[in-house]
Ligand binder design. Structure first.
Ligand code: FUL
Length: 462
C-alpha cells in the first residue's frame, strides 16, 4: 500500500503541462455563424453570407482579455456547424465566401502576439457541414484542416478538442482518429497542450458552471484518460474492472479510494471552461455573469488545481460587448488584489517529511485575505490534506481552514464565511493577526512545497 502511494506520488507532469499551469487562465472565444443566427449549435446549412463582422478588431479583444488578467486566447476556428474562420483550402464553407473575407484566425493570432498573450484554437471534430462526415475520409479532411492551423499561425499553446456528439447524429457516427490527430500536433507544435475529455494533456472538469471538485487531483486513473501517458505499472488490483463509472459525475477525482483500483495512473489535470454569459456565443439579450460569480469561479478553478478557460464571445460587429469589457476589467482588478502579497517570513517549524508544519510571520499585525499554497509539481502531486491554523499561544491552534489536495495552487480565502469551519474564527478573524501556520496532515510521500504565501484578498464579498 505504501509503495503504491509512493508510486502515485512520483507521477509527474510534462514540460508542456507545467507551462500550461503557469499560464493558469485564458480566454475562450466563441465566434462564427451562430453569432449571427442567435443559436448555440448551427446545423451546417448556414449561408456564408451571414458572417459579416464589419468592425472586426482583434486588438480590442486582446485588450479586454488582458484587463481581466487572462494570459491567452483560444479561438473557435471551426465549431460544430463546420464554418471555418480561416480560408481553408479544403472547403468552401469559410470566411473566404463571406462578406468579411478576412482570415479571422490570422487576425486573432497576430493580435495575441502584439498583445503578448498566447494563442490557441478550438477545432470541432463534429462537423455538420462536411459531406464526408461519418466516413473514414473525414479523418483525412480533419487532418488537412488541422495541418493548416498548426502550420500557418505561429506558436500554438493549446489545441482544444470538443467531444460533443460523440454518439453520432442522423445515423452518422464518426470514428475520430485521435491518435493520428495527436501525432500531428506533437510533430508541428510539440509545446501545445491538447485538451480532450480523455487526455492526453488536459481533461474536462465535468461541468460548465466553473467549479472544480473539492479534491481535483491531476494524478488520475488511466481508465479515465486513455490518451494520456500511463506512468505507473498495474495497480494493486489491476483486474478490478472499469472505473469509467466515476467519469465526470464523481465528486472527487484522483483520491485514494479511486486510485487504489486503477490499472495505471496518468498526470492529466483538469481545465474549467465557463462562459462569461449564459451562452457560449454572443446573444443580444444576455448579460455577463455577476462579478461575484466570476470571482468564485476564479477561486474554484485557478485556486483549486485547475486552469480557467473563460469564454468571452465577440458580437456581430466583431467586438467584445462593452458590458463584458467592463466586467472583465472588474474581474481583473479583483484577481490582482487577491494575489497581492503581504510581506512575511516562511519557515518550516517541525513535523515530518509527510506531515510538515510551516509558519508564516509578519513583522506587524495585518488583515490576511487569503493563504495561497503551491506544490512543486516537478516532484509530483503529493499532499492529501492540510489545515491552516491561527497560533493560539497555547497547546492547540485554531483551524481557520481545512483543505484536501493542493497541486499547482490552492487559494484559501480566510474571509469566506463558508470556508471557515470553526465558528470561533468569526471573531478571531476580526482582529489583525501576525501570521498563520500551515500543517500538512497527510501526503503520499515527502512533501515538496513550491511556495506558501499570504495575500490581501478581496474585501469580503462572498
Ligand atoms: C461543448 C459545445 O457543444 C459547446 O457549444 C461549446 O463549444 C463548449 C465549449 O463545448 O461541447
Amino acid at each position: 500500500m505504501l509503495n503504491f502511494l509512493k508510486e502515485a506520488a512520483a507521477v509527474v507532469p510534462s514540460e508542456r503541462q507545467l507551462n500550461w499551469f503557469e499560464t493558469e487562465r485564458y480566454a475562450f472565444v466563441h465566434f462564427g455563424v451562430n453569432t449571427y443566427t442567435d443559436r448555440e449549435w448551427g446545423d451546417g446549412t448556414e449561408s456564408e453570407e451571414i458572417f459579416n463582422p464589419e468592425k472586426l478588431d482583434c486588438d480590442q479583444w486582446v485588450e479586454a482579455i488582458k484587463s481581466a488578467g487572462l494570459r491567452g486566447l483560444i479561438l473557435t476556428a471551426k465549431h460544430h456547424d463546420g464554418f471555418c474562420l480561416w480560408p481553408s483550402k479544403y472547403t468552401e464553407h469559410s470566411v473566404k465566401n463571406s462578406p468579411c473575407k478576412k482570415d479571422v484566425v490570422k487576425e486573432a493570432a497576430e493580435a495575441c502576439r502584439r498583445g503578448g498573450i498566447k494563442f490557441g484554437f478550438y477545432l470541432s471534430p463534429w462537423d455538420r457541414n462536411s459531406k464526408l462526415y461519418g466516413t473514414p475520409e473525414y479523418n483525412d479532411y480533419f487532418c488537412a484542416q488541422l495541418e493548416e492551423l498548426l502550420t500557418g499561425y505561429g506558436d500554438i499553446f493549446c489545441v482544444w478538442f470538443d467531444n460533443a456528439c460523440g454518439e453520432g447524429e442522423n445515423g452518422k457516427k464518426q470514428v475520430y482518429d485521435f491518435p493520428r490527430y495527436i501525432e500531428m500536433i506533437r510533430k508541428y507544435q510539440p509545446g501545445a497542450v491538447i485538451f480532450n475529455d480523455y487526455g492526453p494533456d488536459t481533461r474536462w472538469c465535468g461541468n460548465e458552471a466553473g467549479v472544480a471538485r473539492h479534491a481535483e487531483w491531476s494524478v488520475v486513473p488511466s481508465e479515465l484518460c486513455h490518451y494520456s501517458e500511463v506512468q505507473t505499472g498495474p495497480g494493486p488490483l489491476a483486474d478490478a474492472g472499469s472505473l469509467e463509472y466515476m467519469y465526470n459525475s464523481n465528486k472527487e477525482i484522483g483520491t485514494m479510494p479511486q486510485i487504489l483500483y486503477t490499472k495505471g495512473l496518468t498526470f492529466t489535470p483538469a481545465e474549467i471552461d465557463m462562459s462569461i454569459r449564459p451562452g457560449w456565443f454572443w446573444h443580444e439579450n444576455e448579460d455577463p455573469h455577476s462579478l461575484e460569480r466570476l470571482y468564485k469561479t476564479y477561486l474554484r478553478s485557478c485556486g483549486a488545481n485547475t486552469c480557467l478557460n473563460l469564454n468571452v464571445p465577440p458580437n456581430r460587429d466583431g467586438l467584445i460587448d462593452e458590458r463584458d469589457v467592463k466586467r472583465l476589467k472588474e474581474f481583473g482588478d479583483m484577481i490582482e488584489k487577491t494575489e497581492r502579497r503581504i510581506p512575511c517570513t516562511l519557515e518550516r517549524i517541525g513535523g515530518t517529511d509527510t506531515q510538515p508544519m510551516y509558519e508564516l510571520k509578519c513583522s506587524e499585525p495585518v488583515k490576511i485575505g487569503a493563504v495561497i499554497l503551491e506544490e512543486d509539481l516537478t516532484k509530483g502531486q503529493r499532499v492529501e490534506s492540510f489545515r491552516i491554523l491561527l497560533p493560539s499561544g497555547g497547546r492547540i491552534d485554531y483551524a481557520l481552514y481545512e483543505g484536501t489536495c493542493i497541486g499547482n495552487k490552492q487559494i484559501c480565502p480566510l474571509e469566506d464565511p463558508f470556508s471557515i469551519q470553526n465558528p470561533l474564527t468569526d471573531w478571531l478573524m476580526d482582529e489583525k493577526i501576525t501570521g498563520v501556520r500551515v500543517q500538512i496532515t497527510a501526503a503520499r510521500d515527502t512533501v515538496f512545497m513550491k511556495d506558501i504565501y499570504i495575500t490581501e484578498g478581496p474585501e469580503c464579498m462572498l
